[in-house]
Design a protein around this ligand. Structure first.
Ligand code: UT7
Length: 323
């Protein structure tokens, strides 16, 4: 008997405030045209003052639970991917647990920056197939606006805030690739590249710090590593890009998304793209894209999906799942 971690609910939350590219033109030397043409971003959402990552995560979790038809106490575990938890500790996941009124089970954060949701999905899958949990809420939630240096035009126009969540439930499968649920995972990191994408603050410095990125270097690693990891996860199943109904990529830059799809020989008509509306929401970008992809009628039950992401660390990976 094969146990599969099957998606039974998805939801998302975006803060109310929408910031178009033109809003940056007054404060820094940039233009809507530059931001659109170099990144594909047209607008992003920013959290309100006092609105923290756990607030966004709770709203997304509630939406996913409602779609699954479950109450918080039906959930065995919460795995929350974030690099912008409200506090150093406790975890944002335990704050969401309390906010949902969930008094059983366990909750913890996973931190792999923009690859966080892929790592969290792989982790939740392991909890389910090892029998440690039957129903897991997997959340990606971020308030990257809190990490921006508003004088650094090369980063502050790229990121946004948001949250997305999935309910995963253990169900019996056949062991074949026709099963619904998570079918393969592929994770990597290489800590030698920490300087090209990092935050220059944290516990050892006494301040939160700001995001610093060597964009061109990260870009170079991204297309190459994302293609490799997606191919590796598909190869574990004897599949290739031709078998995929949807690529649901991390949404950092339309040129990275297009470059990866091209190398995988998947047309852009089979790629879920939300970067124009959300900017780069780090660990929230894939669950946001999944939720929006379902709402748009793109992703349907039975579709074969590959998600892939790369971020600070560097950390990168992919997950193949049948919706
Ligand atoms: O999610 C984690 C992973 N992160 C990523 O995947 C991001 C990867 N990198 C990228 O998406 C792109 O490298 C960027 C969008 C960050 C930058 O695009 P680029 O084509 O690599 O541009 P660049 O950094 O080479 O900059 C080109 C020019 C520079 O001017 P000079 O040196 O050629 O005179 C920049 O100073 O564009 C300038 N520039 C800007 N101009 C107007 C940089 N930022 C801006 C800006 N507005 N906001």
């Amino acid at each position: 008997m094969t146990i599969r971690a099957v998606v039974t609910g998805v939801g998302h939350y975006l803060p109310e405030r929408i910031v178009p590219n033109s809003e940056f033109e007054a404060g820094i030397d940039t233009s809507d045209e530059w931001i659109r043409s170099r990144s594909g971003i047209e607008r992003r959402h920013f959290a309100a003052e006092g609105q923290a990552t756990s607030d966004l995560a709770t709203r997304a979790a509630e939406a996913a639970l409602a779609q699954a038809g479950l109450a918080a106490d039906d959930i065995d575990a919460i795995v929350l991917a974030t690099s912008t938890a409200d506090f150093t500790f406790p975890s944002a996941a335990t704050m969401v647990q309390a906010r949902l009124g969930m008094t059983r089970g366990f909750a913890y954060d996973v931190q792999a920056v923009c690859a966080g949701f892929v790592f969290a999905l792989a982790n939740a899958n392991a909890l389910i197939i090892s029998g440690q949990a039957r129903r897991v809420l997997v959340i990606g939630a971020e308030t990257f606006s809190r990490l921006m240096d508003w004088t650094d035009r090369s980063t502050c126009v790229l990121f946004g805030d948001g949250a997305g969540a999935l309910v995963l439930e253990g169900q019996e499968g056949t062991g074949e690739v026709t099963d619904r649920g998570i079918l393969a995972t592929d994770l990597h990191s290489d800590g030698r590249h920490r300087d090209i994408l990092h935050v220059d603050g944290g516990v050892s410095t006494g301040r939160t710090g700001h995001l610093r990125m060597q964009g061109k270097e990260v870009f170079r690693h991204a297309v190459e590593k994302l293609t490799e990891t997606a191919h590796a996860a598909l190869a574990k199943l004897g599949l290739s890009g031709a078998d995929v109904d949807w690529i649901v990529p991390h949404q950092a830059n339309i040129r990275i998304i297009e470059g990866t799809a091209k190398r995988m020989q998947v047309p852009m008509s089979r790629v879920v793209v939300t970067v124009q509306d959300h900017g780069n929401t780090s660990a929230a970008s894939i669950p946001l894209a999944l939720s929006v992809g379902v709402a748009r009628g793109q992703i349907k039950r039975g579709d074969l999906l590959v998600t892939e992401a790369i971020g600070g660390g560097l950390a990168w990976g992919s997950v193949v799942l049948r919706w």
